[in-house]
Write a protein that binds this ligand. Structure first.
Ligand SMILES: *Cc1c(COP(=O)(O)O)cnc(C)c1O
Length: 371
C-alpha cells in the first residue's frame, strides 16, 4: 500500500535549499485562495512592498515569479536582450556561465569577461572589455557566485557599466537577505533572486525587480519578447496597476503565504541586522573550521558570508564524507560544481540557519566523520 510521505528532518547546510523557518512552514498550510481573489491581490501588494524593502528599491516593477531562480535569470535576460544584441557577461563560475547559455539561446552575441573560479570579478577587466565593446547593450554579472564562494563588488561593477550606458543585470540569488544589496543606490537595472537560500523559504519563487529605465527599454523594444511566460508586459498586467488585475497564470497561493511570512521575519529582524548576522557568523565558522584544519578557498575580503567553499584536505574522499554526514548526522553540505567538482565542499549558513548552534553542529559533525 502507498502511504503519506514523511521526509527526514535534515539539517540543510549546503548551497541551498536551506532549512525553512517553522513559521514559514506553518504559513504554507493555510487555506488556498484564488489567484484573483481581492484578498490575494492584497497579499500580492504586501509581498511587493516587502520585496522593495528587501531589495532596497522604489521600483514599481518589483514582484515575484512563480518559478525558481533560474526562471528569474531567464526573465531578466529575455526581456532586456534582443536577438543580435551584444551582451557582456562576467563569468567566474557555473551560474554566470548559465547566463551566457541563455543569451545565446535568445540569439545575443556574448562577450565574456573571464575570471578565475573562486575570485571576485576584477573591475578592471570589465572596464577594459567595455572599452573594446562600447556597443554592448547589456552587462550581466553574479553578486554571490554560489558555485565558487566568491562575492563580487557589484556596486563598483555597476558604476563602470554606467560610464558606457549599458543596462545592468545582477544575479542576487544567494545574496538577497544575507548580503548588502542596494538596487537603487547602485543603479542596478534588473535583478532576480530565489526563495530557498537567504530567505529561508521553500524553493520555487523568484523575487525580481526592474528599474524604470529597464521598463522603458522593454516597452520600446523592436523585437517582441521571445517568451510568453516571461514577457514583462504581460506579467505586469497581473502584478501592477490599480483595481482590476488580468489573469496571467495561476499563482501558487500557499507558496506566496510562505514567502510573505519569510519576508516579514526578515523585516522584523531588520535587513541591516541580517546582513551583520551573516557576516559575523561567517567569520566564526571560518575560524572554527581552521581549528580542525580546514581552509577556505576564497580570499577573506571576497568571501560570500552565507556560503563558504572549503578545500578538501589531501587524501580525503569528499563524497564519502558527505554521505557519512548525511547518514550519521542528518546533515547535508554541498559538493563542488563544475571546475571545482571534487575540490571543495560548500557550506551554507543561510537565513534561519545562520547561528552559533549550527556552526558548532556543523564543525563537530565534520570533525567526527573526517576523524
Ligand atoms: C541557486 C542559484 C541559481 C539558480 O536558482 P534555482 O532556484 O536553483 O533555479 C542562480 N544563480 C545563483 C548564483 C544561484 O546560487
Amino acid at each position: 500500500m502507498n502511504k503519506s510521505f514523511t521526509p527526514y528532518n535534515r539539517i540543510l547546510m549546503g548551497p541551498g535549499p536551506s532549512n525553512v523557518h517553522p513559521q514559514v512552514l506553518k504559513a504554507l498550510s493555510k487555506p488556498a485562495l484564488g489567484h484573483l481573489d481581492p484578498q490575494f491581490i492584497e497579499l500580492m501588494d504586501e509581498i511587493k512592498s516587502l520585496l522593495k524593502y528587501t531589495f532596497k528599491t522604489e521600483n514599481e516593477a518589483t514582484f515575484v515569479l512563480s518559478g525558481p531562480g533560474s526562471l528569474g535569470m531567464e526573465a531578466c535576460l529575455v526581456n532586456l536582450v534582443q536577438s543580435g544584441d551584444k551582451v557582456i557577461v562576467c563569468v567566474g563560475g557555473y551560474f554566470a556561465n548559465r547566463m551566457t547559455q541563455i543569451v545565446e539561446k535568445i540569439g545575443g552575441h556574448v562577450v565574456v569577461v573571464k575570471e578565475t573560479w573562486g575570485r571576485a570579478i576584477d573591475p578592471q577587466k570589465l572596464e577594459d572589455t567595455l572599452k573594446q565593446n562600447p556597443d554592448a547593450k547589456v552587462v550581466a554579472f553574479v553578486h554571490a557566485e554560489t558555485s565558487t564562494g566568491a562575492l563580487s563588488n557589484i556596486k563598483t561593477l555597476a558604476e563602470i557599466v554606467h560610464k558606457f550606458g549599458a543596462l545592468v543585470i545582477a544575479d542576487t540569488v544567494t545574496s538577497l537577505g544575507a548580503v548588502e544589496i542596494q538596487i537603487d543606490k547602485w543603479q542596478i537595472d534588473a535583478s532576480y533572486s530565489c526563495s530557498q537560500k537567504g530567505l529561508s523559504c521553500v524553493a520555487g519563487m523568484s523575487p525580481i525587480t526592474f528599474s524604470p529605465r529597464a521598463i522603458d527599454y522593454i516597452k520600446n523594444r523592436k523585437i517582441p519578447v521571445q517568451s510568453w511566460f516571461n514577457d514583462l508586459n504581460l506579467l505586469l498586467s497581473y502584478w501592477n496597476g490599480p483595481g482590476k488585475r488580468a489573469y496571467h497564470h495561476t499563482a501558487p497561493s500557499n507558496q506566496f503565504y510562505g514567502l510573505h511570512e519569510a519576508l516579514l521575519l526578515l523585516k522584523e529582524e531588520g535587513i541591516e541586522n541580517s546582513w551583520r548576522r551573516h557576516k559575523e557568523n561567517s567569520v566564526k565558522l571560518v575560524s572554527r573550521l581552521k581549528d580542525i584544519g580546514l581552509e577556505p578557498l576564497v580570499p577573506e575580503n571576497e568571501r560570500i558570508p552565507n556560503l563558504l567553499t572549503i578545500k578538501i584536505p589531501d587524501g580525503v574522499d569528499e563524497a564519502k564524507i558527505r554521505m557519512e554526514l548525511l547518514k550519521k548526522h542528518n546533515l547535508e553540505i554541498g559538493a563542488g560544481l563544475g571546475e571545482l567538482a571534487g575540490k571543495v565542499w560548500r557550506i551554507g549558513l543561510m537565513g534561519y540557519n545562520s547561528n552559533e548552534k549550527m556552526i558548532e553542529f556543523c564543525v563537530n559533525s565534520l570533525k567526527d566523520v573526517i576523524g
